[in-house]
Write a protein that binds this ligand. Structure first.
Ligand code: GDP
Ligand code: IMO
Ligand code: MG
Length: 425
């Protein structure tokens, strides 16, 4: 049981990158398993902040090897740009990174279709990141996708791209979107294919062998449980399974190999894009959280919607994912709030419930419990015993509400601003 799965418990941006990096010392191999460059995982070491979209976050620790797994949809141009940016600041990743031959490529027509489909949705737009994620998974599931293995066969890739583009341009025309021309992107695609070809491997066999040898593997989930295409707030979700099931299928790891399922949760809630958000605060509290928490998207720069912690949603996410422990982030952002609210139930059409609904989330009204706040600055605290009583009381309330212990509290974006707690609950 040498595999740890780490996933977001809310609507993404919980601070997964920060936590994965902070756990780096205990990781041999880090794996991305789903999503693509819609993810923006922020890692801060010292005064350097980096946002990773495809490269697994723990790789900023020099000893950690990384895998972009079979379940990921990969924009090869973005990946090379990310490798280059890191190389410019002296972080060399390429000889430690494997790109699964089964991962699927995100190509320019996927981004163009993402844009065109969002425009066509009009007022019901999802608010996607426009990184081509939905259309790339559509092609994969329809069995029209192009796996990363094709990066190693430039002649076949060229032929395939030319043939597929004819079809995609028909589709783009149906959306009244401009057509694409191969000369605009094929030369760059072939250039990055040549660069990435040595990284393309059978990642599944590699991971199974590493697991057998007892290497410590961490699967880094992207997005969050409530954006899962099956269990999230459909249709305002992403196009992959951010659920533990997606982390396993997207890496090839068997369920019995997983010892720990760590869920990262913010001490309040945020959401980017459209869709129901029962605890959203459209007033001064939400504005304050956005300002103090710097709640602007790591991928798109959009302001994040902010609100109070939602225990109903968190409990559902923890139960469906078999979460064994919680890493609580951004507790420091709540410092100075005289009262901290937690949503303990919903009222839907006049009926009180603790169940997270499949279809009626837009009608759910939050029932809040109020807890005492704290004013202390947490950013220098490194020990559980140094955390204020009022924060300990909030943590205890979350632990009983979710039914899972909080084993880590993050008190700032930097790697060392991390408090480990014993498994008490
Ligand atoms: P991810 O997508 O889950 O990796 O999260 P993002 O990186 O998109 O967003 C989390 C933001 O919060 C980033 O700017 C992090 O640097 C920052 N962050 C993470 N943990 C903490 C924390 O405990 N306190 C504060 N103040 N910021 C944090
Ligand atoms: P990380 O890994 C927050 C949201 C988008 C949109 C919906 C669908 O950084 O937590 P998509 O581009 O995936 O088709 O968009 O999902 N979304 C995220 N929100 N964090 C993310 O990733 C997200 N990835 C996608 O804003 O509402
Ligand atoms: Mg993010």
């Amino acid at each position: 049981m040498s595999v740890t799965a780490l996933l977001g418990l809310q609507w993404g941006d919980e601070g997964k990158g920060k936590i994965v990096d902070a756990l780096g010392e205990d990781i041999d191999i880090v794996v991305r398993a789903q999503g693509g460059a819609n993810a923006g995982h922020t890692v801060r070491v010292g005064d350097k902040t980096r946002v990773l979209h495809l490269i697994p976050s723990a790789m900023l620790n020099g000893h950690v090897r990384g895998v972009i797994g079979n379940g990921v949809v990969v924009d090869p141009v973005t990946l090379v740009r990310e490798l280059d940016t890191l190389a410019q600041s002296g972080i060399l990743i390429e000889d430690r990174l494997v790109l699964s031959d089964r991962a699927h490529l995100v190509l320019p027509w996927h981004q163009a279709l993402d844009e065109a489909m969002e425009t066509a949705r009009g007022a019901s737009a999802i608010g996607t990141t426009k990184r081509g994620i939905g259309p790339a998974y559509m092609d994969k599931v329809a069995r029209n996708g192009i796996p990363a293995a094709w990066l190693t066969r430039p002649t076949d890739l060229t032929e395939r791209v030319r043939a597929d583009l004819e079809q995609k341009n028909l589709l783009l025309r149906a959306y009244n979107a401009p057509s694409l021309k191969t000369e605009d992107f094929l030369p760059r695609l072939l250039e990055v294919a040549q660069r990435l070809a040595p990284l393309v491997r059978d990642s599944v066999g590699l991971l199974l062998d590493a697991e057998q040898r007892g290497e410590r593997i961490l699967i880094e989930g992207a997005q969050g449980a409530l954006l899962d295409v099956d269990l999230g707030s459909y249709p305002f979700v992403t196009s992959s399974n951010c659920h533990i099931g997606g982390l396993l299928a997207g890496s090839g790891m068997p369920p019995r190999s997983v010892g720990r399922v760590i869920a990262v949760a913010k001490a309040y809630c945020t959401r980017v894009g459209s869709g129901p958000f029962p605890t959203e605060d459209l007033g001064s509290v939400g504005d304050g959280l956005r300002k103090r928490g710097h709640e602007f998207g790591s991928t798109t720069g959009r302001p994040r919607r902010c609100g109070w912690f939602d225990l109903v949603a968190a409990r559902f996410a923890a139960r469906t994912n078999g979460v064994t422990e919680i890493a609580l982030t951004k507790a420091d952002v709540l410092s100075g709030e005289p009262i901290v609210k937690v949503c303990t139930a919903y009222e839907i059409d006049g009926v009180r419930t603790m169940d997270f609904p499949g279809a009626a989330l837009d009608r759910a009204k939050p029932v809040f419990e109020e807890l005492e706040g704290w004013s202390e600055d947490l950013t220098q605290r490194r020990d559980d015993a140094e955390l204020p009583q009022a924060l300990q009381a909030l943590i205890a309330r979350l632990e009983t509400g979710i039914g899972v212990p909080v084993t880590l509290v993050s008190t700032g974006p930097e790697r060392s601003q991390t408090v480990m707690r014993s498994r008490s609950a």
